[in-house]
Design a protein around this ligand. Structure first.
Ligand code: TYD
Ligand code: MG
Length: 446
């Protein structure tokens, strides 16, 4: 027995309310409520048997390579059978291209069902030809109805399913429009059941809307096993694939790609690329080491400090947290005595990268100090470390990995937290441990 119920649902976060609301109490979005019909299933029955944990014999999680190392790494070492992977990103960033390219590896599993609700089979064929993907195991299905997709999947029994995109997929059972929260949730859940039951990997492509969430959005993150976001500047050819959630591997792992005429090309040494255009001996440019997942990444941080022509000085951060910059400026002012009060300060992470890790604090501090003093930091010097409010430089995780990566790229001198420095003394790289920001600045500039 089932009955239907009308409710209003926020299209950006999925919050449901019995009445229409102008502003979502959950995510704060305005005018985001849409009337939806919910079918409440009242019937209950036992569907699963309880099992003791000790009695479960784990099937070794067999992984299949996609043929793209950077994608495999982001997935935690390849695709797991029966796993559901959400690939999110701005329209036009390269999601379809990435998934299409991975088919060269995935067709080894057997038939691949590529459901394209956005492009015609001819368009997909043209692109596949350009990317050099040719296999008679790829079955294209220009279908948007969920029921149609599932029935084809049951009929041809593919070993991999790709849905491009979830926003164009809709269930005939629901009255709401394609792309609405309930449609997206329903379609993803039904597809997931199919994937789990038949142990086929399922890739779901989802577009991110202006607000920064996949439309009908975040609602999918808890349903799927792995969430990959494809990021990057439209202006730059570099793309970063980031694992935001992964039930089968470390989260925050990244893969780096370059968009070329012939599709996405893997970048196996991203630090090299991010540093390749670094101006040598210019004030305001400092190299720091960030850790993305398990991978150390050397990045250049640039700062520009100029005297402000307005009453309220501007502080801008690209790729770094704005509040963090303000905090670090306050530390420099109070603990080192740098008078930055009347200065406009701009900080930028080169290469369109976004870094949230506090380990780059020292990089930001050094870049600001370097620009303010018009003093350069040596080309072979790097620094990392978290900075506290009393100006202390705190130890960060995996210092050894970071230092090794810097050494590999030819850096000669590192200014690091004192608690991270001990075991590296006597290496061919000169590691100097510092206790606080004042000490670090002294070593950097004298
Ligand atoms: P696409 O994969 O269609 O993006 P999405 O599926 O995320 O919407 O990528 C489209 C962009 O990629 C488009 O602007 C053109 C560019 N592109 C290349 O530069 N080279 C290529 O070989 C391909 C296939 C696409
Ligand atoms: Mg696409």
């Amino acid at each position: 027995m089932s009955r239907t119920k009308i409710l209003y649902q926020c299209q950006s976060c999925g919050h449901a309310a019995p009445k229409w609301l102008g502003k979502c109490p959950d995510c704060g979005a305005w005018n985001s409520f849409v009337e939806e019909e919910r079918i409440a299933k009242v019937k209950r029955q036992k569907t699963a048997e309880p099992v003791a944990l000790s009695e479960i014999s784990p099937s070794s999680d067999s992984r299949t390579s996609t043929g793209i190392l950077e994608l495999d790494r982001t997935l935690g070492g390849g695709v797991v059978m029966g796993s559901v992977v959400l690939v999110g990103g701005d329209p036009g960033i390269g999601k379809s291209t990435l998934v299409l390219q991975s088919l060269n590896g995935l067709t080894r599993l057997g038939k691949v069902l590529y459901v394209s609700g956005e492009e015609s089979p001819e368009q997909v064929k043209l692109r596949a030809e350009r990317l050099g993907i040719a296999s008679d195991k790829i079955i294209l299905l220009p279908e948007t109805s969920l029921e149609g997709i599932i029935s084809v999947a049951q009929e041809i029994n593919p070993r991999v399913i790709i849905i491009d995109s979830i926003q164009t997929t809709f269930s005939l059972e629901l009255p709401s429009a394609p792309g609405s929260v309930s449609q997206i949730r329903e379609c993803a859940t039904k597809l997931m059941f199919h994937a789990k039951k038949h142990a086929v990997p399922l890739f779901i492509i989802g577009h991110v809307t202006k607000e920064g969430a996949i439309a009908g959005p975040k609602v999918l993150e808890h349903i799927v096993d792995t969430v990959l976001y494809f990021e990057g500047d439209r202006g730059s050819p570099f793309r970063i694939l980031r694992a935001v959630k992964n039930r089968f591997g470390p989260a925050n792992e990244i893969g780096v790609f370059e968009m070329m005429e012939s599709g996405l090309k893997e970048v196996d040494n991203p630090s090299h690329i991010f540093l390749s255009e670094r101006p040598v001996n210019v004030p305001g440019s400092v190299v720091t080491v960030s850790l993305e997942g398990t991978r150390p990444l050397l990045v250049e941080i640039q700062a520009l400090v100029t005297s402000s022509s307005f009453g309220v000085p501007r502080r801008t951060g690209l790729g770094v947290d704005y509040n963090r910059i303000n905090l670090l400026i306050a530390v420099l002012d109070k603990r080192v005595g740098m008078h930055l009060g009347g200065m406009d300060i701009f900080v930028n992470v080169v290469g369109g990268l976004r870094i949230d890790e506090p380990a780059i604090d020292m990089g930001i501090i050094a870049a600001i100090a370097s620009s303010f003093r018009n003093n350069t930091v040596g080309a072979g010097t790097f620094t990392f470390g978290e900075v506290g409010l009393s100006g202390e430089v705190r130890a960060v995780g995996q210092a050894e990995t970071r230092i090794k990566e810097a050494a590999k790229l030819g850096f000669k001198k590192g200014i690091v937290p004192v608690n991270n420095s001990q075991k590296f003394e006597g290496n061919n790289i000169d590691i100097i441990g510092v206790k606080n920001v004042e000490e670090a600045i002294e070593i950097l500039f004298y």
